[in-house]
Design a protein around this ligand. Structure first.
Ligand code: HEC
Length: 137
C-alpha cells in the first residue's frame, strides 16, 4: 500500500491524542497535606509568576540557575519563614529586593509550604519517564 498524506495525518493525530490522554490521567500534584490553605498557595504561585522568580530559581531543578532551587526552602535548615521573607524584602548581592505586601508574602509562604510537601528537589532521586514526567523513586 502506498503511504498517502492522510495516513501520516491520522498517525500523528492518534499519537497526539494518546499522548495528551496519558498526560492528563497522570496526577501532576501530590495531594496536599491537611495544613495547606490551597487558595493561598494558588495566590502564592501567582505572586511567584508575577515577579518571574523562576527566571533565577528552580523547582525540581528546573528554572533559571542564578539562584538556588527553592522546592524545599520552606523546610531548609536554619531558615524558616522569617529568613525567607527577609531575603525577599532586602535582596542580596545577586538578587534584587522585592517590596512585596504582607499578603503577597504570606501567600508565597503557603506556596513554598506546598512545593515543599510535593517532594524532594534532589533530582538524583527521580525516575524520569520518556513522556517527560518525573516521579519520586
Ligand atoms: C536576578 C535573579 C533572581 C531573581 C529574579 C530572584 N532571585 Fe531569589 N535569589 C537569587 C540569588 C542569586 C540568591 C542567593 C543564593 C545564595 O545565597 O547562594 C537568591 C536567594 C533567594 C532566597 C534564599 C535562598 C536560600 O537558600 O537561602 C529566597 C527565599 C529567594 N531568593 C526567593 C526569591 C523570590 C520569592 C523571588 C521572586 C519574587 C526571587 N527570589 C527572585 C536570585 C534571584
Amino acid at each position: 500500500m502506498k503511504i498517502k498524506p492522510i495516513h501520516i495525518f491520522i498517525v500523528l493525530s492518534l499519537s497526539f491524542l494518546i499522548y495528551s490522554f496519558s498526560i492528563y490521567i497522570h496526577p501532576i500534584y501530590a495531594k496536599p497535606e491537611a495544613n495547606i490553605n490551597i487558595e493561598k498557595a494558588i495566590s502564592g504561585r501567582l505572586v511567584w509568576q508575577k515577579y518571574n522568580c523562576q527566571s533565577c530559581h528552580q523547582f525540581y531543578g528546573l528554572g533559571g540557575y542564578l539562584g538556588t532551587d527553592l522546592t524545599n526552602i520552606y523546610s531548609a535548615k536554619n531558615k524558616g519563614e522569617a529568613v525567607i521573607k527577609a531575603v525577599i524584602l532586602t535582596g542580596n548581592d545577586a538578587m534584587p529586593a522585592y517590596h512585596l505586601s504582607e499578603n503577597e508574602l504570606t501567600d508565597l509562604m503557603e506556596f513554598f509550604k506546598q512545593t515543599n510537601q510535593s517532594g524532594r528537589a534532589d533530582y538524583n532521586n527521580f525516575t524520569i519517564y520518556n513522556n517527560g514526567m518525573i516521579e519520586r523513586k
